[in-house]
Design a protein around this ligand. Sequence first.
Ligand SMILES: [Zn+2]
Length: 304
Amino acid sequence: MDTRKIDLHVHSTHSDGARSVKEIAVVAKKDGIAAIALTDHDTVGGVAEAEREFKGQGIELIPGVELSTGYKGFRIDILGLFIDPESAEFAKLIGVLTGRRERRAETMAKGLAGLGFDIGFADVKVQQTGDVIGKPHVVKALLSKETNIARIKADMRTAGIEPSQPAIREFVFSAYLSRGKRAHVSDEQQLDPKMAIDAIHSAGGIAVIAHPCSEDYEISEDVFRELVRFGMDGVEMWGGAKSFDSLKWLRDISDELGLLKTEGSDYHGYGHNDHLGFHDVERTRPIRYEVMERLRDGMAARKE
Ligand SMILES: [Zn+2]
């Protein structure tokens, strides 16, 4: 049996992952991962580096991206796999998304400053490690100042919450940045999935619905079918599926519609979900190389 593993959904420090491309290459080599799709949020900035680092470790690279979109009230993440990172058409979309992310982070910082916190957009920029800026950097900037932490702790005590270390971060999200709270910035300007699919196709890639059976990204069957009509090529199986029933539904509808199937761990490299090449943290369900072979066969069959 081919015991090699793969992972077709991996994030690095180029977006919100904890590990650099180089570190991922080392971990992958050690764990016997034969192929990896680097799928950072809204950027292909890590692909060139991955080409070098992965080759050095004998790991196959699938250049990818993950685009966040919104449609009919659903949040839909779309993976682009086998994309050409040099595509000019694709670069245009990335430029638009980068601008939006910057404005959103700036508005969030302003909202927090409006609540009396010591934070400006410059503080957020300092926290940015990769190509994209987002909510985690805003939170990091907020928590980088003692005066802010003291104020958050006071707010927590008022709310009857013990200000322990992990609880502070959660409180920032829930008390200031979540929907209905004063520093919340809505996602109304979300990318349309059709635009994301078209951009991925223009860069020669395949578009795949990420984790459609997980709690946060569950979509209705109507919307699922609409996405396929928009040109969606495949689905990510497993992907934190909340139940075997939903997984069975996904398998059946994908077979009916002739969709490609990918598998990945949505690796971010933080200790608690440190499971490159596996569907579960306990490492009982490996992602086998045969997924890759079936995917390639499926792609070839679609081209005929
Ligand atoms: Zn992801």
